[in-house]
Design a binder for this molecule. Structure first.
Ligand code: Z5A
Length: 209
């Protein structure tokens, strides 16, 4: 099997980060070399853009500026990290990718999906994730989990309705791409979510989508 590009997505507090290390372990146990990375970020300039995007003091940023910064960071990430890794046989495991732009900037902020698609084609060409794990749960539950951390970035200060739109947009994206999306019920315990993730990964390793 050639190297694969796997992304994890979900609303705030869905448990992606909690499961990421486990996903890596499963893939490595199957003999794959794995590069974990994240968006926004993953490359030096991308991490600087991430800091700009998450700062609370950037409250007035327009949705368009936010989207363009995300794709600027993504262009760097693809060029510096993702494409070279895939070309050298390394599997890339990315905490959020373009699906998050459709969900947050599309669903959350109301930017038309056609505009996002233009940037997606420009920046990525034909490259899409081979597998996307969507950790799905009601936005209220995700926010309650994330709220226990005690600090909030610029996105986390949005109201509940924003995260409900984000969740719906993710589910719409999953319906558009059932071939590569796998929806995980993230409302359950860490152990139950982990068991489902393991089943999905073993099926993927046997027969990539
Ligand atoms: N963003 C965007 O708008 N557009 C884009 O294109 C991209 C990103 C790429 C990056 O934030 C922000 O950028 C993100 C969207 C935006 N903002 N938001 N919101 P990030 O990557 O730093 O943050 P995040 O992705 O939202 O991470 P998160 O809040 O840490 O969520 P998570 O990784 O899914 O959850 P977690 O850290 O694994 O778990 C959260 C808490 O819940 C933690 O205390 C866990 O111990 C607990 N937890 C986890 N799983 C469970 C279960 N199953 N039961 C109970 N408790 C659990």
């Amino acid at each position: 099997m050639t190297s694969q590009f796997i992304t994890v997505e979900g609303v705030e507090g869905a448990g992606k980060t909690t499961q990421l290390e486990f996903i890596r372990e499963v893939l490595e146990a199957a003999g794959k070399k794995v590069l974990p990375t994240r968006e926004p970020g993953g490359a030096a300039l991308g991490e600087e853009i991430r800091a700009l995007l998450l700062q609370q003091r950037r409250e007035g940023m327009t949705a368009e500026a936010e989207l363009l910064l995300l794709f600027a960071a993504r262009a760097e990430h693809l060029h510096q990290v993702i494409r070279p890794a895939l070309a050298s046989g390394i599997w890339v495991l990315c905490d959020r990718f373009t699906e998050a732009s459709y969900a947050y900037q599309g669903g959350g902020r109301g930017i038309a999906r056609e505009r996002i698609a233009v940037l997606e084609h420009w920046v990525q060409g034909e490259l899409r994730p081979d597998l996307t794990l969507l950790f799905d749960l009601p936005a209220e539950q995700g926010l309650a989990r994330a709220g226990r951390r005690g600090w909030m970035d610029r996105f986390e200060r949005e109201e509940l309705a924003f995260f409900q739109r984000v969740r719906n947009a993710y589910l719409e994206q999953a319906a558009r791409h059932p071939d590569r999306y796998r929806i995980v019920d993230a409302s359950r315990s860490v152990a139950a979510v982990r068991a489902e993730v393991e089943t999905i990964l073993h099926a993927f390793l046997r027969e990539p989508v």
